[in-house]
Ligand binder design. Structure first.
Ligand SMILES: [Zn+2]
Length: 183
């Protein structure tokens, strides 16, 4: 294969890889002002287990989340890659839904996918709901929070062992908490 063609092919493949998480629109420019921990979010003042999360209106979400959280987590947008605070996060703990506080991912399942979005090879039992997504001319599997229906990202079958899955998740839809995930 001639070298210029090979380079073009590699560039195309890298662009496709970066675009793998893209939803309906790309939102925001940086995640620096977004809450990153449970204590920093609206959830700190709530009894998250007693709320009727599926009954919340869009206006309620808009009053309690940041504009970027609303765009991505409630309106199925996508944050710009390499901007989210959790993308490079390492260490133990649990990743929670930034909308309702449900534990979604054990930090031990996080890996560096190189895509610019936090990536996990497994989710906690019962935490995630999968939905077929045919936007942008592609067939993908969208993943949502099973408790509040927040859009989180997509899941692909090109992840590492042991599951072979890659949950490609918007950082702004996550919060971190120190304790280990519930068993
Ligand atoms: Zn949720």
């Amino acid at each position: 294969m001639p070298r210029p063609l090979l380079l073009r092919l590699l560039l195309l493949l890298s662009l496709l890889g970066l675009g793998a998480c893209l939803g309906g629109s790309v939102a925001g420019v940086a995640g620096a002002a977004e809450p990153t921990t449970l204590a920093a979010s609206h959830l700190a003042k709530m009894d998250v287990d007693k709320e009727d999360w599926k009954a919340k209106t869009h206006d309620w979400w808009a009053a309690h989340l940041t504009p970027l959280q609303v765009q991505v987590c409630r309106d199925a947008g996508t944050e710009r890659p390499f901007t989210g605070a959790h993308n490079a996060h390492k260490g133990p703990g649990t990743f929670l839904c930034s909308s309702c506080g449900l534990a979604l991912f054990d930090a031990q399942t996080k890996f560096d996918s190189g895509t610019g979005w936090p990536s996990f090879f497994d989710a906690l039992p019962g935490a995630i709901k999968s939905v077929s997504d045919t936007s942008l001319g592609m067939t993908r599997v969208e993943v949502r929070c099973s408790r509040c229906d927040a859009h989180l990202g997509h899941v692909f079958d090109d992840g590492p062992k042991p599951t072979g899955l890659r949950y490609c998740i918007n950082s702004v839809c996550l919060l971190t908490a120190g304790p280990p995930p519930p068993k």
